[in-house]
Design a protein around this ligand. Structure first.
Ligand SMILES: C[S@@+](CC[C@H](N)C(=O)[O-])C[C@H]1O[C@@H](n2cnc3c(N)ncnc32)[C@H](O)[C@@H]1O
Length: 257
């Protein structure tokens, strides 16, 4: 596909996503995550049928880490990734950023209980408050569906050092239509069950429909690889699991910039 054609396709798609979801992204999601913060991790264990830690470990297995590296965990939530990274490589310098005070509060407590330290910045990730060429590694797990990803991925590229690695994990739109339908049905059921089990508040319950719509308008693993390549990342690779419902992407910032 020619680059010009790609650029129009990605930009148009991002415009449609933004038009459809910007109200939820800017006004409702903060209330949702304030509500779910206290049971976020337990709900994910239930929703993933006990595969939450296994998926995280599969994601971590895709990462090359070196002693003393500076890591940025984008949309860090309750620090699931930061904690696992420090448990794998204790001398990393991990910086978390997330807009939700409640999620980061839980994340700080979880890290503290394990004797780990993760620096925390509260802020919107569409503009990362860090210098150019600063981090060796950036991670982003389970949040891209809520973001203007062309902007956020470009910001991640800006703050990565040349040769720095970006690791991405998210629920994606399966390219197989049958898997896609089953997936959305399962998600609807899950959101109902976890909402009932954990007594979700009104904001989380009101966003149930959004979570499935956001996924249905999101990218497949291949499309996400193309987007990363289009944005100038090199050595883009991906590994899909569970029939393409989740994929791990790896991308490198060009050494020559
Ligand atoms: C589903 S949680 C994922 C948390 C964590 N990465 C994980 O894997 O468990 C999504 C997180 O993205 C954050 N988020 C969503 N939009 C954001 C934005 N524009 N800026 C910063 N954080 C955002 C939410 O506050 C929430 O903590």
């Amino acid at each position: 596909m020619a680059n010009g054609v790609r650029s129009i396709q990605f930009s148009e798609r991002e415009e449609v996503r933004e038009e459809q979801f910007s109200e939820v992204w800017t006004q409702e999601l903060d209330h949702v995550f304030a509500d779910v913060a206290k049971y976020y991790d337990r709900a994910n264990h239930v929703a993933s049928l006990g595969m939450w830690n296994w998926l995280r470990d599969r994601f971590l297995a895709t990462m090359e880490l070196k002693s003393g590296q500076k890591v940025l965990d984008v949309c860090a939530g309750t620090n699931a990734i930061g904690i696992a990274l420090l448990q794998k490589q204790a001398d990393l310098d991990v910086q978390a950023i997330d807009r939700s005070v409640a999620m980061q509060q839980v994340g700080r407590e979880r890290a503290g209980q394990r004797g780990l330290h993760i620096d925390s910045t509260i802020g919107d990730v569409h503009r990362l408050p860090f210098p150019d060429n600063y981090f060796d590694v950036a991670t982003l797990q389970y949040a891209s569906r809520h973001l203007r990803i062309m902007d956020v991925f470009s910001e991640i590229k800006r703050v990565l050092k040349p040769g720095g690695h970006f690791y991405h994990c998210d629920m994606l739109r399966p390219s197989n239509k049958i898997v896609e339908r089953l997936y959305y049905g399962y998600l609807r059921l899950c959101l109902t069950v976890t909402g009932w089990l954990f007594r979700s508040g009104p904001s989380a319950l009101a966003c149930k429909k959004y979570f499935v719509s956001a996924l249905s308008m999101f990218y497949s693993a291949n499309e996400l690889s193309n987007l990363l390549t289009y944005l100038g990342f090199k050595q883009v690779s991906s590994k899909s699991v569970l029939g393409g419902m989740i994929a791990f992407h790896k991308a490198v910032k060009d050494d020559n910039v």
